[in-house]
Design a protein around this ligand. Structure first.
Ligand code: GLC
Ligand code: GLC
Length: 813
């Protein structure tokens, strides 16, 4: 069954029926103000921080699914329905949802009335715009009511969903004409409020949930809508909402529109009130004035489209022929993959339909990796992010695992001790320097743990990162794993027997010997870039130290990290092997095979290829590569959370998409284009449309996990949107398969293609110059570049034009 299709020219995914296999969402907003918006108008919005400044309420894990949103109801002479189908679920004569870049448009029609709901966050404003265009398609005059509805969250989403003894007494609003102001806690320590307003006079309003819905009614049966009568309620405690009612009459063929603004406003602390207890409304009025007419809304929407067009024009693929594979690749690489990279950069792992917005803020390792797929879009924001991340590092080089975006402070509850964390800062920084050539970032003064007076150049932070790994080694000379490495669920010092105890923050048996072969791989992968940065800064002592540490690490991997057919995964707290053929379960893990290959370890002596062959043989499935095999069937005290998941899910032998691109990149490093592409294709959404009912999550974005072979629902995806898969896949397809990769001195072009791809063109904006790169593969190679010319002149090595467009021709052979 089909639920929709890609509309590539419009850069939209068009959903044609509302009852998708799972809510299919979009993100509105790209800086500061964000909304999650599903294909049935579900979701919520927040300012900067989904936990601390949430404007509207959402009910996770609700039945029915996807409850809470920006709902609009029509009461057409007793016939009550929503253009977005939910929550009433009255059958529609027509339904369509188009998710575009930063906006969504839902159209629903019933009994001759068609309603088009356009939702977006304008560039530069802290508000959602919801425009409803109503069109009488019938030959009769129509007179009906339109109701709006949002439910306010009392700002702190954690508190909002737990602290009812207080919350039910604090809700406050003000109503002025069609503007409803939500001002809970404004009387005391907050200097911000929300406004939900419409651009026309209303025929009634409600601000109290119970008055609007009726205590025992759901969103699908609001009493006020059923009776076609607003109550004029003014919330006092309980649950504040915003609802308007409008009486609308349309002649046959006539249209009208109503524009709603749902915004966040702040006042200076000393100018909060215009009269005792009356909020100062200037910021709201200024905001509302910008969205009073259709022309204003159209212009803002156009500005948003232009914004995205400019961003994406920095990296565009033009497939040479009609190869259907390349059409799908373009769809991903030109539109959806880059779009998802923006979303993961903004959200880290905080707010999605699987991440509640209250659990995790920004991750040190996650955000450092998200940068990799984002840095070419807005390098200045990547720069700022790197400095923020570095500021949560401790003096000894270790780091807070997470921080809150609003305060930028490290989260003390999760703390530190994830021993891979420090290295990702090097990887993120190197990617930024390569993209921009901005070596100055390495001199930026950044504090440790945000402590004033501890500022040191960013390069010093990288030294501490590298030094941390180099000096925290176990008995085999491999890096100590600490609480976990990239795999959050390999908790080798945890030994937890108490339900509810956190696997990541508990250390009941810290023997000081558990080691990670993966961290060795990450270390060896980032070392060449780190050393290059040291050298170019003339830091000879650091260079020598690093080179020595790399030699030692390589030796440790050679002596203790190779299992005969693949790389080992780790040593546990007793010094026993994990990820070895000697193990009963968990014999082979994907992560070190990918990372060692990416680092080039074993490329010269056949080990890398052997390891990749073992991955194919033992971990591959039709739906992607599983994290390890055989799955753990029982809980193992010495392994931690990984063995808590039922076989086939998550880290316990699920297809953890994040590290599939590592294998693909390693295959490119080995020059095997067919296999690299196969790995790419298996998890790429555009290639999965046919199995959408099995896959379930959005067909335009990557999910974190697809159930593995051992699971009952093998092939079913979960945790869509917020995953490192987005960034790593973009790195893989753009830099390794299509092969256009920033180096410290310029662009490197070195494709690794599947058989049958004859050539393509890429336009890429790099350090202010537009490169138009034509790859000619009439020779039918998988790998190998015969010649490169820039503006007609043959060149070798990295390409850098000193101005003007650069026409680059790359001939494979
Ligand atoms: C999640 C986490 C990420 C971790 C991965 C594997 O995606 O956000 O930090 O590396 O799981 O456990
Ligand atoms: C990551 C893992 C997840 C684990 C969590 C703990 O998100 O994917 O399985 O429970 O980290 O923080």
């Amino acid at each position: 069954m089909s639920y929709g299709y890609f509309d590539d020219t419009k850069r939209e995914y068009c959903i044609q029926r509302p009852d998708t296999p799972y809510p299919w969402i979009n993100y509105l907003g790209s800086q500061d103000f964000f909304g999650l918006f599903s294909n049935t108008a579900g979701g919520y919005c927040f300012y900067r921080d989904a936990r601390l400044l949430r404007l509207t309420r959402y009910r996770y894990n609700n039945a029915p699914a996807d409850a809470g949103g920006r709902y609009f109801y029509i009461n057409d002479n007793g016939d009550v329905w929503n253009p977005s189908w939910q929550p009433c679920k009255t059958p529609l004569d027509k339904y369509e949802c188009r998710h575009g870049l930063g906006y969504s448009v839902i159209t629903g029609a019933r009994a001759g009335l068609s309603v088009t709901h356009t939702a977006f966050v304008p560039v530069g404003d802290t508000a959602e715009i919801h425009r409803l265009k109503l069109h009488n398609e019938s030959s009769e005059k129509k007179a009906f009511s339109l109701f709006s509805f949002v439910e306010f969250c009392l700002w702190n989403a954690m508190d909002d969903s737990t602290n009812f003894q207080r919350n039910f007494s604090i809700g406050e609003v003000e109503v002025h004409g069609s503007a409803i102001y939500h001002k809970t806690e404004y009387r005391e320590r907050r200097n911000h409020y929300a406004v939900f307003a419409a651009n026309r006079e209303n025929n009634g309003f409600d601000t109290d949930r119970e008055s609007f819905l009726g205590l025992y009614n759901g969103f699908d049966k609001p009493q006020a809508v059923l009776e076609d009568k607003s109550r004029g309620s003014v919330a006092s405690g309980w649950a504040p909402i915003g609802s308007h009612r409008f009486e609308i009459a349309l002649e046959p063929g006539e249209s009208t529109s109503v524009i709603f603004v749902l915004g966040y406003c702040e006042n200076p602390a000393n100018q909060k009130f215009e009269a005792p207890d009356v909020i100062r409304k200037e910021p709201a009025l200024a905001l509302l004035a910008k969205y009073q007419t259709d022309e204003q809304v159209d212009a803002a929407l156009q500005a948003l489209r232009t914004h995205w067009k400019d961003l994406l024009s920095r990296w565009q693929l033009f497939p040479g022929d009609e190869d259907p594979r390349m059409v799908k690749v373009s769809r991903m690489v030109n539109i959806w993959n880059q779009y998802q990279c923006m979303v993961t950069f903004n959200m880290s792992r905080s707010a999605s339909y699987f991440e509640s917005g209250i659990g995790r803020g920004m991750g040190f390792r996650d955000s450092s990796q998200d940068l990799l797929g984002f840095v070419h879009l807005i390098p200045e924001r990547a720069r700022e992010r790197i400095l923020d991340i570095a500021a949560t590092q401790f003096k000894d080089g270790s780091a807070y695992h997470q921080y809150q975006p609003l305060t930028k402070k490290g989260n003390a509850e999760v703390g530190t001790g994830f021993n891979d964390d420090p290295l990702w800062l090097i990887i993120g920084t190197a990617a930024y320097v390569k993209e921009t050539g901005d070596w100055g970032i390495l001199d930026e003064a950044v504090p440790f743990d945000l402590e004033e007076g501890t500022e040191a150049p960013l390069m010093e932070h990288l030294h501490r990162s590298f030094g941390y790994t180099a000096t925290h080694l176990g008995p085999h000379g491999l890096p100590l794993i600490g609480r976990a490495d990239w795999n959050d669920c390999l908790n080798l010092n945890c030994f937890s027997e108490t339900p509810g105890e956190s696997f990541q923050t508990t250390a009941n048996f810290e023997s000081g010997v558990a080691e990670s072969v993966l961290i060795a791989g990450i270390f060896l992968y980032c070392a060449p870039d780190y050393i290059e940065m040291c050298k170019r800064r003339g830091e000879t002592e650091k260079t020598a130290q690093a080179e020595q540490a790399v030699r030692a690490m390589k030796e440790a991997v050679d002596n203790h990290g190779w299992d005969g057919g693949w790389f080992l995964r780790a040593y546990d707290a007793y010094g026993k092997k994990i990820g070895s053929h000697e193990c009963e379960e968990g014999q082979i893990f994907i992560e070190p095979q990918g990372f060692m290959g990416m680092a080039g370890i074993g490329m010269d002596d056949g080990r890398a290829v052997k390891a990749l062959d073992s991955v194919k043989e033992r971990l591959d499935t039709d739906y992607g590569i599983m994290l390890q095999q055989p799955a753990y069937r029982t809980y193992r005290l010495n392994l931690g959370e990984i063995s808590t998941y039922p076989p086939g899910y998550k880290e316990n032998a699920g297809i953890f998409c994040h590290n599939n691109p590592w294998v693909s990149i390693a295959e490119c490093t080995a020059g095997r284009g067919d296999r690299a592409f196969e790995v790419y294709r298996k998890i790429a959404p555009a290639f999965l449309e046919d199995i959408v009912q099995l896959h379930r999550t959005e067909p335009y974005v990557y999910s974190q996990m697809i159930a593995g072979r051992d699971a009952a629902r093998h092939g079913e995806a979960k945790n869509s949107w917020l995953t490192g898969t987005a960034a790593w896949t973009f790195v893989n397809i753009s830099q390794h398969i299509l092969g256009i990769r920033p180096g410290f001195d310029g662009l490197i072009v070195d494709p690794c293609l599947p058989s049958g791809v004859k050539g393509y063109k890429v336009e890429r904006l790099f350090r202010g110059v537009r490169y138009i790169i034509t790859v000619d593969n009439t020779a039918g190679m998988q790998k190998g570049v015969k010649s490169v010319t820039v503006n007609g002149k043959p060149v070798s090595g990295e390409i850098l034009s000193d101005g003007g467009d650069a026409e680059v021709t790359v001939v494979m052979g």
